[in-house]
Design a protein around this ligand. Structure first.
Ligand SMILES: [Fe+2]
Ligand SMILES: [Fe+2]
Length: 395
């Protein structure tokens, strides 16, 4: 036998399995590790084949033997390391295979970690390990507008509308919000729509000075999530369906974690419709499009101006029949190009930020009565604004 012969005994069972699998078979494995294959290698391959055969019949406990470091994948990759890498590469196309190459580990391990991150409400998306990018988008504009079919097949509706409740803000008014829900209940409302900023966002995120507006226990994402889950009003028989607003999205933009999803998963009466915008299809044939929208940017001097510009820019055929707008913290109702538009007010008194920007909030909510026809057109619409005033005791 040649001195160059390398015996299977020189390898651990784990290393042998890896070697055979990576080479694609026994003969290829022999060729891969022998620099100088002999002319007649029947004896060599026979020994190796027997070894592999025995290996396959051996119990799995063998896998517990100490691995050969050169041949065994990196299993020390931590979720936190993978998360940090994806956070650093937001909006950059990555594949599971590319991530496995980068971290020198198996695609399986990457998938396991990604699944765990998704369970922690990080907005990691992937469809296929080779073809589709793993991504964690940070701009809501990249989201495809959601058209949500509802079971609301009737012609007449009574809906509650409340917006910008800013849970966790020192200026949010939980007493007013509870009272609004009492009035909803008394008026037979079972569906409440909320166009964003259900939370004030973690104090540690957002504009300069934002931390001073947030409760001490709402400085981080965990705090504001927990506070909202515990304190947002609950009424038997009422479901609140909401989109995110810019405050809710700050954590998602910073770390990829979707706090709204987490809140809704832990409250059966809260239904999260997605970031920034969602269209609900309602009416006998689901022909009426009701849009919830949370824009960004400041208010114009004339409160209707921005909504008007937005509706004027909509392509024919894409317009909603009803548009509920959050964010501006003021109330208003007008129809532009047959789009019945409501500015939905807020349940947060004037913050220092608003005072700096000369913005005066309108605190309240709507009870909205609707009558639609089979073609989707709104035949009757009655928004009833529930008024609230700044408590004299606070002045
Ligand atoms: Fe807001
Ligand atoms: Fe907002």
């Amino acid at each position: 036998m040649s001195d160059s012969y390398i015996s299977p005994d020189d390898f651990t069972p784990v290393a042998l399995r890896k070697l055979r699998d990576s080479c694609g078979g026994c003969r290829a494995a022999v060729r891969a590790i022998h620099d100088d294959p002999p002319g007649d290698n029947r004896h060599w391959t026979g020994t190796w084949q027997r070894t592999f055969k025995n290996l396959d019949e051996e119990p799995d406990e063998d896998l517990d033997e100490s691995p050969d470091e050169d041949l065994v994948e990196n299993i020390s990759l931590k979720e936190a390391d993978l998360l940090a890498y994806i956070q650093k590469h937001r909006d950059v196309p990555l594949t599971i295979v590319a991530l496995a190459d980068h971290f020198d580990c198996s695609p399986h391990l990457i998938k396991e970690h990604l699944s765990a991150l998704r369970e922690q409400y990080y907005d990691v998306q992937w469809i296929d390990e080779n073809e589709i990018a793993v991504s964690m988008p940070k701009d809501a504009a990249y989201n495809i507008p959601r058209h949500i079919k509802t079971g609301w097949r009737q012609r007449e509706f009574r809906l509650g509308v409340v917006s910008d409740t800013h849970s966790g803000s020192l200026w949010a008014d939980s007493e007013v919000l509870e009272d609004i829900y009492d009035r909803f209940l008394a008026e037979g409302v079972s569906e409440v729509l909320h166009p964003g900023d259900i939370t004030h966002g973690p104090g540690m995120r957002g504009y300069r000075g934002h931390l001073y507006e947030a409760r001490p226990d709402c400085q981080g994402p965990d705090g504001v999530i927990e506070y909202t889950i515990e304190t947002y009003p609950r009424r038997r028989g009422i479901t609140t369906r909401f989109i995110s607003g810019n405050h809710d999205d700050w954590e998602w933009q910073a770390s990829g974690r979707d706090i709204c999803k987490e809140i809704a998963d832990k409250r059966e009466d809260l239904d999260y419709l997605g970031r920034s915008q969602a269209d609900l299809l309602i009416g006998p044939d689901q022909q009426t499009k009701l849009r919830l929208w949370h824009p960004s940017g400041g208010m114009a001097y004339a409160r209707s101006y921005k909504a008007q510009k937005n509706v004027e820019a909509m392509l024919g055929g894409t317009k909603p029949h009803i548009l509920l707008i959050g964010h501006y913290h003021v109330a208003g109702w007008f129809a532009i190009r047959n789009v019945h538009t409501l500015l939905c007010g807020c349940v947060e008194w004037q913050t220092p930020y608003m005072a700096r920007k000369s913005l005066q909030p309108e605190v309240g909510a709507y009870i909205l009565d609707l009558l639609v026809d089979d073609d989707g057109w709104v035949r009757e619409l009655t928004p009833r604004w529930l008024y609230y005033y700044y408590p004299k005791s606070n002045i």
